[in-house]
Every structure is written in C-alpha cells, then in structure tokens.
Design a protein around this ligand. Structure first.
Ligand code: UTP
Length: 289
C-alpha cells in the first residue's frame, strides 16, 4: 500500500548569488511577491497538498525564515490592543502547528542533493515532497496538490515538468522520456544542465518533487555532478528502473523568482490575479509600456 504523503523538505540554504545585493544579508526566500515572502507561498502550497510536517534546510543568515513562522507575541498583542482585526488576519498564514516545523543546517552549500541529504533524519522511511521556494507557480490547483494526486495514481516518484526552449536546457534538469500520454511522462533518464545539443528532450524539471526515501541512499555517496555540486538530479536518476518514476505536466505558470526578470514577472502576474490590486496595476502598466 502506498504511504500517505505528509512531509515536505524546503531547501533554503543556497547563496542566491543571482539576486545580489538583495541577498547579501537576507535570504532569497524572504523576498516578497506582492505582500508575502516566497517561503510562505511554498508552505501554503504544501499544506494545500495535505502536508503537515515541514523541514527547512537552512544555512548562515537564514534566521528570518525561522522567525517568520514563529508567534510574533509583541506584534500580535499590540494589534489586538488596537483592535486591528484585519492585520491580525494577515498573520494567520504564517502560523504553523506547534512542533510541525523543524530546521536542519546545511553547514556548507554543496548543492541541492546535499541539502536534501541533510534532511535524512526527518525523511526517515517516508515518501516526501520537495519545494524550491524560488520557483513560484500560479495555478488554479496548487502545483504540489497536482503532484500528490499523481503520486496516489502512479505510486513512486513524480516530478513537475515543463517544456523549455531548447537553447535553455543547460539551465535545468532534463528528462529522457518514455511513454507519454500528454499529461504523465514515463522518465527513462535524467540529466542535469545538458548542453542543447546533448539534451535528450526539452522537458525540464521545476522545483516540485514527490520522491521515495531511497533517494537518500544514493545522495549519501556524495558524488559530485554538474558544477562540482552534489546534484539531486543524479541521485534521482539512480532510482529509475527500480521504482516508478514519472514527470507530470502540471497546469499553471511557473516563475523563476531566483532570477531578477522572473521575479519581476511574478510580481505583475500575482498582482494582476489579486482583485484588490488588479485595476491599479493594469492602470500603471499602461503608463510604462
Ligand atoms: P539555486 O540553483 O537557485 O542556487 O538553488 P542558489 O544558491 O539558491 O541561487 P543562485 O543560483 O546562486 O542565485 C535551488 C534551490 O536549492 C537550494 C536553494 O536554496 C534553492 O532553494 N540550495 C542550493 C541549497 O539549499 N543548498 C545548496 O547547496 C544549493
């Protein structure tokens, strides 16, 4: 029987070099899109997929991420005193059940695969989700919910995939595809950041995964891959042929918020999706373009 999906790992220990100087003293995952930090979008998306246990893999200078999900006692008391009901309501999404969030430290940023391996005690023998908070997905059904449903259908590993321009394959993990029904794709191989000429397809993995715990055993070997980092893609590739492994063409639009242009696009798309802001934003966009 398939084990239920209840755990999510959120790696947030990267250096965020593409977003300097903003990320010099502040975690990239605390950057807000409209009025909410990236990390909170990720936690809310995980919750919507039925997940109730969270592990953030953090590093130096990331304490604000932990604080964000704590009770802000003085702030809340002051707001209550002033009867600021709406402001108090705004804080609700950042409150987690006591004991439902843990953090582990990735002392050295050796790559995404290494970050996931750092969460091995939390993962144990259970299937788990991974959300990279800097990948933000605007969709009707939350992206991870779509993956969790596919996991219940297929069992085994499921990753969210999207077609990218062939000249961009060297930025992503790319699939070698087998049977493809237009929604679910059987994964026959995975390559991290292949040159366009060597890429087995143009289907790329985005930052949403449901993985089986056996991946940890492969990551533990600490083999270095692309960029001399311990790559999650390489660990996942070792599971192929031993467990079901599928790519899911999710419904939605992904924004790479680790990149400046992607982040700006996300601001506009998310603001236009908000009834309280859409008109104002549409108005000033006309002014600039
Ligand atoms: P990125 O490839 O976006 O790297 O990592 P980065 O360091 O965050 O940013 P740039 O490229 O220097 O601007 C993808 C995800 O993996 C995490 C990051 O926090 C991000 O969520 N990560 C990456 C780690 O947790 N540890 C690592 O060693 C590397």
């Amino acid at each position: 029987m398939k084990k239920p999906l209840r755990k999510a790992v959120l790696p947030v220990a990267g250096l965020g070099t593409r977003f300097l100087p903003a990320t010099k003293a502040m975690a990239k995952e605390m950057l807000p899109v409209v009025d909410k930090p990236l990390i909170q979008y990720a936690i809310e998306e995980a919750r919507a997929a039925g997940i109730d246990q969270f592990c953030m893999v953090t590093g130096r200078g990331k304490t604000a991420l932990v604080e964000h999900f704590d009770v802000a006692f003085e702030l809340e008391a002051t707001l209550r005193q002033r009867n600021r009901v709406e402001a108090l309501e705004q804080l609700k999404g950042s409150q987690v059940e006591p004991g439902s969030m843990v953090t582990v430290r990735q002392q050295v940023p050796l790559g995404l695969g290494h970050a996931i391996w750092c969460a091995r005690a939390f993962i144990g023998d259970d299937p788990f989700a991974i959300l990279l908070p800097d990948d933000l997905v605007l969709s009707e059904t939350p992206c991870l919910k779509q993956l969790a449903d596919a996991y219940r259908e297929t069992g085994g590993n499921v990753v969210a995939v999207v077609e990218v321009p062939r000249e961009h394959t060297n930025r992503y993990g790319i699939l070698k595809t087998g049977h493809d029904d237009g929604r679910l794709v059987e994964v026959q191989g995975l390559v991290e950041k292949p040159a366009p000429a060597d890429a087995p397809s143009n289907l790329s993995i985005i930052g949403r995964y449901v993985l089986m715990p056996e991946v940890i055993g492969h990551l533990a070997k600490m083999e270095r891959g692309a960029g001399n980092e311990v790559q999650l893609t390489d660990g996942m590739a070792r599971l192929i042929g031993h467990q079901p492994f599928h790519g899911l063409r999710y419904k939605g639009t992904r924004f790479d918020c680790g990149d400046k242009a992607g982040f700006l696009e996300a601001q506009i798309a998310f603001a236009l999706a908000r009834p309280d802001l859409a008109d104002a934003v549409r108005g000033f966009l006309h002014k600039y373009v």
